[in-house]
Design a binder for this molecule. Structure first.
Ligand code: PGA
Length: 253
């Protein structure tokens, strides 16, 4: 089955409401023509979700993502946001397990597995991030590391539930550093991830799961990455904050 091509912009903790509105409008007016199999996903901070939802609602191919959510359904968790709240403002996808969440907020695979369930229970999709640090890449153990993250965070899911999962491979050494994985490094890891999915869920699921690359992707390197057979799109940080750059990455898809 043909899988979706996805370009997702992860704004992280950038852009206030007014700047965010301008950015979404600029993206929508940048003359992008999406093929039917391409989705653009915008992941602004929580305060800009509703505004973004209303701006993109009539634009075919545009979807909304949150950058995180709490694992519990509701309750005394001051400062947190639940999956149900995200659903109520029109969120389609939730990014989970970004390396910044893992590193700065102590999110473990066990917590992430719960978050995955909470998001799926609200009938939203998950963009599940995995990625290795530089020392792991230098030691050559990156495949085992990614396998553990994927098994622990996702492999409790049924085959039916797994249809709502998108995977983002984001080598930590390439995030925000200007260092991109080479086309070949990205392809090798994506093919490895797809082989894990095939072993666990069978070939049909493996072939229909979108696997995105993230880490200093930008207009000048996106075409090479996206040309790889197992790279289905990108999770874009820095370049998603400038409308022309984000549009350039989308056009490469
Ligand atoms: P970057 O971030 O494109 O700025 O490297 C990607 C990400 O962390 O999602």
């Amino acid at each position: 089955m043909a899988r979706k091509k996805i370009v997702a912009g992860n704004w992280k903790m950038n852009k206030n409401l007014f700047e965010g509105k301008q950015l979404v409008e600029d993206i929508l007016h940048s003359g992008i023509e999406l093929r039917d199999d391409v989705e653009v996903v915008i992941a602004p901070p929580f305060i800009s979700l509703e505004m973004t939802a209303s701006l993109i609602k009539d634009r075919k191919g545009f979807f909304l993502a949150a950058q995180n959510c709490h694992q519990e359904k509701s309750g005394a968790y001051t400062g947190e946001i639940s999956a149900e709240m995200l659903k109520s403002v029109g969120v389609d996808y939730v990014i989970l397990g970004h390396s910044e969440r893992r590193e700065y907020f102590g999110e473990t695979d066990a917590v992430l597995a719960k978050k995955v369930d909470t998001v799926l229970a609200q009938e939203m999709k998950v963009i599940y991030c995995c990625g290795e640090a530089l020392q792991i890449r230098e030691a050559g153990t990156q495949n085992a590391h990614i396998q553990t993250q994927i098994e622990n965070g996702l492999f409790h899911l049924s085959e039916a539930a797994f249809k709502n999962i998108v995977i983002a491979y984001e080598p930590i050494w390439a995030i925000g550093t200007g260092l991109t994985a080479s086309d070949e490094q990205a392809q090798d890891m994506h093919a490895f991830i797809r082989s894990l999915l095939a072993q666990k869920y069978g070939d049909a699921v493996a072939q229909s799961t979108s696997i995105l690359y993230g880490g200093s992707a930008k207009p000048s390197n996106a075409a090479g990455l996206f040309a790889q057979p197992d790279v289905d799109g990108g999770l874009i940080g820095g370049a998603s904050l400038v409308a022309a750059d984000f549009a350039g990455v989308i056009k490469a898809r």
